[in-house]
Design a protein. Structure first.
Length: 840
């Protein structure tokens, strides 16, 4: 196909790919690695030297992917749509790169187009593209495909600069995802394709690259690589003078094979783990797979990937390791070894130089090579025996064969297009129906459990999703099921503790955290348990024990933001603002987007009268977790302080929207409705609160006032009576009912309630109210006595001076009464101000 058609092929591929995945852009972050990689990862929240160095030193083989998250976050913040759009665009670019790579290798861009189209739409691509955490796949493939194109160019042109480009691109691929280490090995297939002569130089080009990938942090590695490139770029004449002899071919072959062996050695060391080398994170955590078992894990995985290439049905995000029964694998694993037979036949034909197309050899070899790293001959990290995402670049070899076969072995071009359009249509339809599974955590793990209901960590992740959605009851049901399926997973016990704590069952939460400690094998897990145990003790009033646990958590691991945040909250509650601020800032240094710490920092500043600064932190907390109700609620308090009732109402509405079960939000919103004389709306909110907690005293009291204002005095009295029944020793309960009785012109009953309040606690307000009630009864002597007693306790109360003045005037002591009214007027009491002229 003439290169003139490039722009049309590329345009079709780009538009097709973008439209295919367009519906996924607004999907949510998934509570499975997205939290660790992005939402809760402080190391991607700021582009700083510290974070760049940390990610390279501790997350080397995903460092480039983490750097890409840094850029996304810097540009768009914690916006799932922006992160996913980057994945889609990278996949789109990879589709174009596959088109060029296969088109150039085959010298047939129609075949390249067919292969790229299948690469774009195959359903096993969904996991790699839609899952934000699998940026690793699309990014390592992007660099890897560019590296393959660069290396091909080096072979074709013999310009060594292209080798350097391929060298750098291979490093970027390997440091995007560990599977990228096979890109340099794939260069051998390019050599094979172009019939490059086997030489020591050919082997050393890959060996030095693999060596540098593994030992890049060692200064000697840099010196060795620098020496290699110095030799590499020397003119051949100078090399001949320096080494005036030529190695015999046999020795060269031995050196090549030795180089490959030495290359495999660091791979083996890297992927193994001394003792317990074959241990895998399984549901029972008791299955240890020996090398013999791993042979069958490999054949099963290989068979799975071949079958799913042809028939991508019954897909799942989780294919768990099998559980050994009496030391044996399930029968299907042994039967899968039959795949070895056609593979051996294929190898025999290749070795015996039978008439097999180089295209088929190249494609099959590319697939086997790039899938080999995840076939379990060497143990791999994680809990899955197979995964859709592992095929992302490996399937390119099979797509090459498919594209070549359709474009060259089917003579009719019309039939070619019918076949490719039909195949792409079927695959795209399956792709599109698979995508909604990844819409959010609930849809993903619901689908997983429909395929296999025994996967504990899927149930656990669903429980956490419900926890973050404040659906604690359902979350508890799920987490209990999770620990039944796997009682040894520390994080399941941790999440169970979190859920119980949110259900205000701290004692039971403590038991879960203690169980977590029994199974914790990481210091971070131990610190997490200690931290939350401290929270439980504090909530139960055991301050000393709580603080001890919080401090122990920080001493075990100083990298857990919640430890500092919780200790800071303790300091805040105990009026130690400087210590509280220090702890909150430490938490935010570890995780600048930690919503609880941001909210707590805002609360601290608000308590210090720094409202505008507090608002800044509340807004950050809301941005980082829209489902977190407290910062919106606190923002409402800020606007109340500003006497901006409309903005306060909007904030309380946001709090309720974030968490429809957040009762404090309803309480505060009802208070605004009451002040706006929207009593019916206030009553509706109080009714909701009381439907959840019938003994919520503040809601009962305020609903009583609202009913009273609507003239529903009998219903109001029922609420006031209920409050006294719930809290018979609370003087405020009697004060509230007494005031209502006073306004209902039942002063005798009001006096009884005020007297009951005074019997519990004597305050100036209670004496004042009883004095007013006595005045309504025309018992001026007792009224004067109570009002004077009130003023003896608080002589700044303008209202009390006013009522005392009125009583004195009514009893004939006008001069003394006017003096009291003038004092009240001086203090700004408006009724007194109006009457002051009559006393002058």
């Amino acid at each position: 196909m003439a290169s003139a058609y490039h722009k049309y092929f590329i345009a079709v591929l780009a538009v097709f790919t973008f439209l295919l995945y367009f519906q996924t852009i607004n999907y949510q972050f998934i509570h499975w690695d997205d939290d660790k990689q992005v939402t809760d990862n402080p190391r991607i929240k700021q582009i700083s030297k510290e974070n760049i160095v940390h990610n390279f030193n501790y997350e080397r083989y995903t460092a480039i992917s983490l750097y890409s998250y840094m850029v996304d976050y810097r540009l768009w913040g914690q916006n799932a749509a922006a992160f996913r759009m980057a994945n889609i665009l990278l996949h789109l670019l990879n589709v174009v790169l596959v088109y060029f790579l296969i088109g150039l290798l085959l010298g047939n861009f129609r075949a390249g187009f067919f292969a790229a189209l299948l690469f774009a739409c195959h359903p096993l691509r969904v996991e790699s593209v839609v899952w934000i955490s699998e940026r690793k796949d699309v990014l390592f493939a992007f660099w890897g495909l560019l590296a393959l194109l660069g290396y091909r160019r080096y072979i074709v042109t013999e310009w060594r600069g292209f080798y350097v480009i391929a060298f750098v691109l291979s490093l970027l691929s390997a440091f995007s995802k560990i599977q990228g280490i096979l890109i340099p090995v794939s260069f051998f297939l390019i050599d094979y394709w172009y019939k490059r002569k086997v030489t020591l130089r050919m082997a050393s080009e890959k060996l030095i690259l693999l060596f540098f990938i593994f030992f890049i942090s060692n200064k000697w590695a840099w010196l060795i690589v620098a020496g290699y490139f110095s030799w590499f770029f020397l003119p051949e004449k100078i090399k001949t003078r320096l080494v005036p002899f030529k190695l015999p071919d046999r020795k060269t072959m031995i050196l090549v094979l030795s180089a490959l062996f030495v290359t495999g050695l660091p791979l083996f060391i890297y992927f193994t783990n001394a003792f317990g080398i074959w241990e895998v994170n399984t549901p029972s955590k008791s299955a240890l797979f020996g090398f013999g078992d791993r042979i069958f894990l490999a054949t099963y995985s290989f068979s799975h990937y071949l079958i799913k290439f042809i028939a991508p049905i019954t897909l799942s995000a989780v294919y768990p390791y099998p559980v050994l029964t009496d030391g044996s694998l399930p029968v299907i694993y042994y039967l899968s070894s039959l795949v070895i037979i056609p593979l051996l036949i294929f190898i025999y034909y290749v070795v015996s130089k039978k008439n097999i197309s180089r295209v088929i050899i190249f494609g099959v070899a590319f697939f086997i090579l790039n899938i080999s790293i995840v076939l379990h001959i060497l143990p791999i990290e994680g809990r899955l025996v197979v995964a859709d995402r592992y095929t992302y670049i490996a399937y390119t070899g099979l797509f090459l064969i498919a594209g070549w076969f359709i474009a060259t072995r089917i003579r009719s071009i019309k039939v070619q297009w019918i076949i490719i359009i039909s195949a792409a249509g079927l695959l795209s339809a399956r792709n599109i129906t698979r995508q909604p599974v990844w819409e959010n955590t609930a849809t993903l793990f619901t689908d997983v459990l429909q395929k296999d209901s025994t996967i504990a960590f899927a149930v656990n992740n669903l429980a956490v999703y419900e926890l973050y959605g404040n659906r604690f009851g359902h979350a508890l049901e799920l987490i209990n099921r999770s620990v039944e399926l796997d009682s040894t997973d520390p994080m399941s016990w941790y999440n169970r503790g979190l859920i119980l704590f949110n259900l205000k069952r701290p004692q039971e939460a403590l038991e879960s955290y203690r169980t977590m400690l029994q199974h914790a094998y990481l210091s971070e897990d131990t610190a997490l348990a200690m931290n939350d145990m401290g929270q439980c003790y504090l909530s139960m009033g055991n301050t000393a024990e709580g603080v001890t646990y919080l401090r122990r958590a920080i001493s075990i691991s100083d990298k857990i933001p919640s430890g500092y945040n919780n200790l800071g909250w303790y300091y805040y509650l105990t009026s130690q603002p400087d210590s509280a601020e220090m702890m909150f800032r430490k938490a935010l240094k570890l995780n600048p987007d930690y919503p609880e710490a941001l909210n707590n920092m805002g609360s601290l500043l608000f308590s210090q009268g720094k409202g505008d600064s507090a608002l800044y932190y509340f807004n950050l907390a809301i941005r980082n977790r829209p489902s977190y109700a407290l910062p919106s609620n606190n923002k409402g308090y800020y606007y109340l302080m500003k006497n901006d009732l409309n903005s306060a109402l909007q904030s309380f509405n946001q709090a309720i929207e974030a968490d429809p079960g957040f009762l404090e939000g309803y309480l505060n919103r009802a208070w605004i409705y009451y002040n706006q004389k929207q009593y019916d709306k206030a009553i509706n909110d109080y009714n909701f609160i009381l439907s959840r907690d019938s003994n919520y005293v503040t809601a009962l009291t305020n609903r009583g006032f609202s009913l009273f204002m609507l003239g529903k005095k009998e219903e109001a009295m029922k609420d006031f009576n209920a409050v006294i029944r719930i809290q018979p020793s609370n003087p405020e309960a009697y004060l509230t009912r007494g005031r209502a009785l006073l306004q209902s012109r039942e002063p005798e009953k009001a006096v009884a309630d005020f007297s009951a309040a005074l019997a519990i606690k004597e305050t100036d307000l209670y004496f004042q109210q009883r004095g007013i009630a006595y005045a309504e009864m025309k018992n001026m002597k007792m009224a004067e006595k109570d009002l004077r007693k009130s003023l003896s306790m608080n002589n700044e109360n303008a209202e009390t001076w006013y009522y005392l003045g009125r009583i004195l005037i009514e009893t004939g002591n006008k001069k003394a009464g006017c003096d009291c009214i003038l004092k009240s007027a001086e203090k700004g009491y408006q009724p007194a101000v109006k009457e002051a002229e009559q006393c002058r």
